[in-house]
Structure formats: C-alpha cells, structure tokens
Design a protein around this ligand. Structure first.
Ligand code: SAM
Length: 267
C-alpha cells in the first residue's frame, strides 16, 4: 500500500498522556507488529497500548489484554463498547496466567516489568512460557536511574538531619528497582535471541514547591515512596518541603524509559 493511502489510526496512543504514551511509543518502535498476529498485553491498565495494537493486528488477529484490577478491565470494556471485537480485556495476574492459555505470537507490557515482583526472573520465565516459538516479547519500565537527581537530593536532606534509618530505607527502595542490565541478563539467561535493551531518557517538567510535591506523575508513582521511608509524618513533610524548594538543583528530572525486547527461537 502506498504511504499516502494509509488511513490515520482510529485508536492512536492518547496525545495528552505524558507518561504511558511516551513509554508506549518506545515499545511500539521496537515491536514487530502486523495483521493477523495474536498478542498478549499484560498490565494493560487503561488500554495503552492494547487498543492501538488491536487496530494494527486487525480482525484476523487477536489481542488478550489483562490487568490485575477489575476496575481497569471494566473501564477498558466500557471504552471498547462494540469496537475491535478481536480484543478481549480480562482480569488476570500476569504472574499466574492459566496454564492452558494458547501461546501468543507477541507478548507486550507497557510500564509493566517493575510489577513482576517479588521474583522478576521467575515471573518473566513464566510469561515467556506463553510465547510461541519465533515470537517476540517487548516490555517497558522506568529503569534504575529514573529520577536519580530527586533521590540524591532527598538522601542529602535526610543526611543533614541524621535520618539514618530513613536513608537506609531509601537506599533499599532504589536498589529494588529493576535496571536495564537486569533486563538484559534475564532475557539472555532465558535463552532468548536478538536481545535488545535500551534506555530512552524522558524529561519531566515541574516547578518547585507544591507543584513538585503534588505533581500527578511524581507524587503517585515516586514521591510517595520517599514519604514511606519515614515513620514520622512531620519529619517527612519537612524533608520533602526542603527538597521541593530546591528544584533548580534537581533539574532536569529525567526518567529512563527502558525497552526490553527478545525473540524465542523458531521451533
Ligand atoms: C503503570 S500501569 C500501566 C498500564 C498501561 N499499560 C499503560 O501503559 O498505561 C500498570 C498496570 O499494571 C497492573 N498490574 C500490576 N500488577 C499486575 C499483575 N501482577 N498482573 C496484571 N496486572 C498488574 C496495574 O493494575 C496497572 O493497571
């Protein structure tokens, strides 16, 4: 088909989403997708990128999008209505999928790999078990190094107040985050081929003070974890207020969009 004949997608990635969409763009750039493929999308959330993938595989393909939380599944089904009938949203834990599930040509998961807890290697191994020989898996996650400038500033402010227990907890929290190296090692150890793992920096904009502390992305997914390092809520607020006032020293706020991709050898 001539490029000029191609219709714009009816289910594009949402333009106004400044977190899931930039990660999903990296995922789709790496994913080998075409009509007729069967795809399992894990940690599907609000359907990024399941809706878009379903449009790309077309009616000859199949997409099963699963999420742990029934409310997410209900929301996606409501948005879907009668569209894309070859796309199915189901409630399921990606770490405990039914063993009788037929294997898929592609497995995807946007902003997913960090949730493969507690044993990420084991969870990945199980998921790869649902990949057909010759199939590809592509997952994204914010990798170790994401918002390092914030964690350095929080640790510094903790140290200034002799908060050693809080500093230890922060160090534990950071060490628990998966890295691009972990992803590469896991995929290689599973015997997969064409392993490619890349970090793509993404700058997040924020002003100082309350704008930083209540930033919809930073607060929910990241700053809450810093608050949780404290037993004393007042001390937490004091430290975080001091950090938030010092925005200039934390700039730029960089997230690392890690894309991990690999293929299962053909049978
Ligand atoms: C950060 S959201 C990403 C959602 C979507 N893929 C996107 O890019 O917007 C992560 C999703 O993973 C889901 N989740 C977390 N643990 C899960 C698990 N064990 N099995 C399936 N879904 C899980 C959460 O309910 C949440 O909807």
């Amino acid at each position: 088909m001539n490029t000029s004949d191609r219709q714009p997608p009816r289910w594009p990635l949402p333009r106004g989403d400044y977190w899931s969409t930039p990660f999903a763009e990296c995922l789709l750039n790496r994913l080998d997708l075409g009509p007729g493929l069967s795809v399992l999308d894990v940690a599907a959330g609000g359907g990024i990128p399941a809706f878009h993938i379903a449009e790309r595989v077309g009616p000859a393909g199949q997409v099963l999008a699963c999420d742990l939380h029934p409310a997410q599944v209900a929301r996606c089904r409501a948005v879907q209505g009668g569209h894309l009938p070859w796309l199915r949203f189901e409630q399921a834990d990606m770490r405990e999928l039914p063993p009788d599930l037929a294997p898929f040509d592609r497995i995807t998961g946007n902003l997913a790999f960090m949730f493969f807890r507690p044993d990420r290697f084991q969870a990945l191994r199980q998921l790869v078990g649902f990949l057909r020989p010759g199939g590809q898996i592509v997952l994204t996650f914010p990798s170790l190094g994401t918002f390092d400038s914030i964690w350095r500033r929080v640790a510094e402010e903790m140290a200034a107040r002799n908060c050693t227990r809080e500093q230890d907890r922060l160090a534990e929290y950071i060490a628990e985050r998966p890295s691009a190296d972990d992803a590469r090692r896991f995929l290689t150890d599973l015997g997969l081929s064409c392993v490619e793992v890349e970090d793509h920096p993404l700058e997040i904009a924020s002003g100082p003070g309350e704008e930083f502390l209540h930033h919809p992305l930073l607060r929910g997914g990241f700053l809450d974890d810093a608050y949780e390092c404290f037993d004393d809520a007042r001390l937490a607020e004091e430290v975080m207020q001091a950090v938030a006032a010092d925005m200039e020293r934390m700039k730029p706020l960089i997230a690392l969009r890690c894309v991990m991709s690999a293929w299962k050898e053909p049978a």
